[in-house]
Design a protein around this ligand. Sequence first.
Ligand SMILES: *[C@@H]1O[C@H](CO)[C@@H](O)[C@H](O)[C@H]1NC(C)=O
Ligand SMILES: *[C@@H]1O[C@H](CO)[C@@H](O)[C@H](O)[C@H]1NC(C)=O
Ligand SMILES: *[C@@H]1O[C@H](CO)[C@@H](O)[C@H](O)[C@H]1NC(C)=O
Ligand SMILES: *[C@@H]1O[C@H](CO)[C@@H](O)[C@H](O)[C@H]1NC(C)=O
Ligand SMILES: *[C@@H]1O[C@H](CO)[C@@H](O)[C@H](O)[C@H]1NC(C)=O
Ligand SMILES: *[C@@H]1O[C@H](CO)[C@@H](O)[C@H](O)[C@H]1NC(C)=O
Ligand SMILES: *[C@@H]1O[C@H](CO)[C@@H](O)[C@H](O)[C@H]1NC(C)=O
Ligand SMILES: *[C@@H]1O[C@H](CO)[C@@H](O)[C@H](O)[C@H]1NC(C)=O
Ligand SMILES: *[C@@H]1O[C@H](CO)[C@@H](O)[C@H](O)[C@H]1NC(C)=O
Length: 712
Amino acid sequence: MNTLLLLFLLSWLIVASVAAINGTQTLPGCQLKCGNITVPYPFGMGAKCSIATWANINCNTTFRPPKPFIGDIEILQFSETEVRIKNNIAASCYNQSGARIVHVPAYTSLLGTPFTFSSTKNKFTAIGCDTIALFSGIQGVNFSSGCTSVCGKREHVIQGSCSGSGCCQTSVPRGLNEVYVSTGSSKNYTDIWSFDECGAAFVAEEDKYTFNISDFYNIPSLREIPVVLNFAVGNQTCREATQNVTGTGYACKDNSYCYDSVDDTGYLCSCNKGYEGNPYLNQGCQDVNECEDVNSNPCKGICTNTRGSYYCSCPDDSYGDGRKDGDGCTKKSLGFGLLFLLLGGSWLYLSIKKRKLIKLKEKFFQQNGGLLLKQQISSPEGAVKSTKIFTTEELKLATNNYDQRRIIGQGGFGTVYKGILPDLRIVAIKKSKIIDESQLGQFINEFAILTQINHRNVVKLIGCCLETEVPLLVYEFVANGTLFHHLHKTSREMSSISWDDRLRIASETAGALSYLHSAASIPIIHRDVKSANILLDEHYTAKVADFGASRLNPLDQTQISTLVQGTMGYLDPEYFHTSQLTEKSDVYSFGVVLAELLTGEKPLCFDRSQEQRNLAAYFVMSVKENRLFEVLEAGVVNDGKTEHVHAVAQLAKRCLHMKGEERPTMKEVAAELEGLRGFEDVDLYAIPSGSYSSDSASRMEKEPMWSMDVPR
Ligand SMILES: *[C@@H]1O[C@H](CO)[C@@H](O)[C@H](O)[C@H]1NC(C)=O
Ligand SMILES: *[C@@H]1O[C@H](CO)[C@@H](O)[C@H](O)[C@H]1NC(C)=O
Ligand SMILES: *[C@@H]1O[C@H](CO)[C@@H](O)[C@H](O)[C@H]1NC(C)=O
Ligand SMILES: *[C@@H]1O[C@H](CO)[C@@H](O)[C@H](O)[C@H]1NC(C)=O
Ligand SMILES: *[C@@H]1O[C@H](CO)[C@@H](O)[C@H](O)[C@H]1NC(C)=O
Ligand SMILES: *[C@@H]1O[C@H](CO)[C@@H](O)[C@H](O)[C@H]1NC(C)=O
Ligand SMILES: *[C@@H]1O[C@H](CO)[C@@H](O)[C@H](O)[C@H]1NC(C)=O
Ligand SMILES: *[C@@H]1O[C@H](CO)[C@@H](O)[C@H](O)[C@H]1NC(C)=O
Ligand SMILES: *[C@@H]1O[C@H](CO)[C@@H](O)[C@H](O)[C@H]1NC(C)=O
């Protein structure tokens, strides 16, 4: 049974990697080749095959092989970001007595198309020993430029260089979409006619041309040097385009991101890191199998490919990070013989224990409330109806026997593994370290609480396993890591969160907390609200997680005296001093999260000066002293409407009030944030419940998902 499953997974992986090697390049049913030239989407032959009329290719079959045209421009090569066309040459030639016998100016217009001459890859080039060359744009970009090449003798010509002696070059301005080129002379070529009768000029790809004096006699051959044209798929910026992802117009598809074109003419798409293929097509960007090429794979030890990434590990008999650029793998000093002995011994030991284990499993199942749970599940209207009871074997298989490489979070009281269920659903499996009774209590506590909650913005409990000494909890896998991670990222890999997303995350989190406080059947205080406990899914939808410390708050008492728990920097000072736990402690911690969202600063940072060390205090101070805009993150200032930013800052300040009584309730906070967002776009981000996209499930395979590493 297990072998079958493995075989199935393996064949699935193989199919996936084959698809990656030759991912699709066109819409279904569309022709890929015009003659021997590949025409990838967004370009296409026929209106239904291209993204818009400007990208509609006319494949002219009167040529052998057929040639692709856009309007009257012949295209030599298409790529994701640019196309190459033939250049247009301007030239003039003189006879021995100095009369101009040939004069051909060149005009190329890209007006009315989204194409522009690439300013980075093209150069304006002129050749000849008595050449004055000019180029200008008239309608798009008004400018005029040119260069002069003069050489008195053949020996003065510098081969291979365009420094003004035989050849000269100048750069092309950005955004140029029309060019007029002409050539002339200062002395009618009379002195140099013996070795140069003509001058020529053109705009073309710099890297494809090396000046050679033989070009003086072979000007038509210069037409083969291509010109690089940039394009943009939409005439909006990414910001404008991504605001309307739900519209049909947004061009960047699965596993891709948007970027603005260099010429500011619009935006383009590119596959995410770890993916390659066509970003404009659904399923176009495919995972790169980094491990496939034995020579270029990044691991010294075992390389395991994942979607969008990979990881390295070492065989069982050695340790290290397995990376070529890291520690590699070092053999454990333990001899093989000894290892075998140990293994043999432990096998014997285990088989004796096996019988005992079965008995133990039953005991734990009962001890962990398994019978009660079973009853509830079988009862028709149990809140826990959707909670599945897993067996030890199922979860062992799902986590590859608690493979170290599957760890996605680790900390004070447990380890979180990434697991794959037989139905290929990806889940997060939380396993507690059993250190003392209280931690077991926390664990069971979390389970008890989560079975009672069903909220879009609270991480969903899928099931549990009660056959082990401590229950294992199985959650939905939330693909995009924690808010903490996104706000305080160290690498530039992740895109920064837009203001709209920040506001929405705040509003969703507030909504979830408000639900916990007042809407759930028993009021629940989270007790450890922090950005590291707010997970983000592929749509940046917030999911509140980690209910280990939470308390069910009996209805008849609003204050409970407890052992102080929480995370430094987020901890409500009133609760800290009085040990009186109320809902307002969550409000305070949420206020810190709001301050984090506004400033992008960590709540507690010892790199900051003494007075700025605690974000909450220094944020409140800044708001009071009207210095808010000095502490905001740059993106927030540019992105957000000033009055909205102000309103959120005021709200954060109120949440951070020293006296719990003065703080607003979570319900008020949620309502205010919802109000700021406006109601019209509330449903834009709604995802049908139960739907699950495995595509984006593991972009951040190696990022910690759960934060338990912050001291409680
Ligand atoms: C795609 O892969 C299949 C199987 O390896 C191969 O037969 C086919 O020629 C490939 N197609 C392209 C366009 O590379
Ligand atoms: C296409 O065919 C022409 C002539 O047969 C050849 O010169 C050219 O290099 C080919 N282009 C590609 C991209 O294969
Ligand atoms: C193909 O090219 C030929 C020669 O340039 C031209 O006469 C003809 O109109 C073109 N055909 C199409 C369908 O554009
Ligand atoms: C050069 O061209 C001019 C005008 O066409 C002509 O009068 C003259 O004879 C030509 N000179 C020579 C050397 O061909
Ligand atoms: C050669 O150039 C001079 C100006 O430099 C011009 O006056 C003269 O007419 C030209 N000669 C011919 C034959 O065009
Ligand atoms: C460029 O100049 C032309 C005529 O001189 C004028 O009609 C056009 O509006 C100008 N374009 C820009 C972008 O300034
Ligand atoms: C210049 O062109 C000639 C003839 O095409 C060739 O033999 C020579 O190697 C070229 N020189 C350079 C420096 O490219
Ligand atoms: C952008 O493109 C759309 C459709 O292609 C067009 O209707 C609109 O006028 C364009 N806007 C600008 C500013 O060019
Ligand atoms: C979003 O896209 C839809 C459909 O393309 C369009 O009707 C709507 O006006 C767009 N909204 C904004 C704000 O651009």
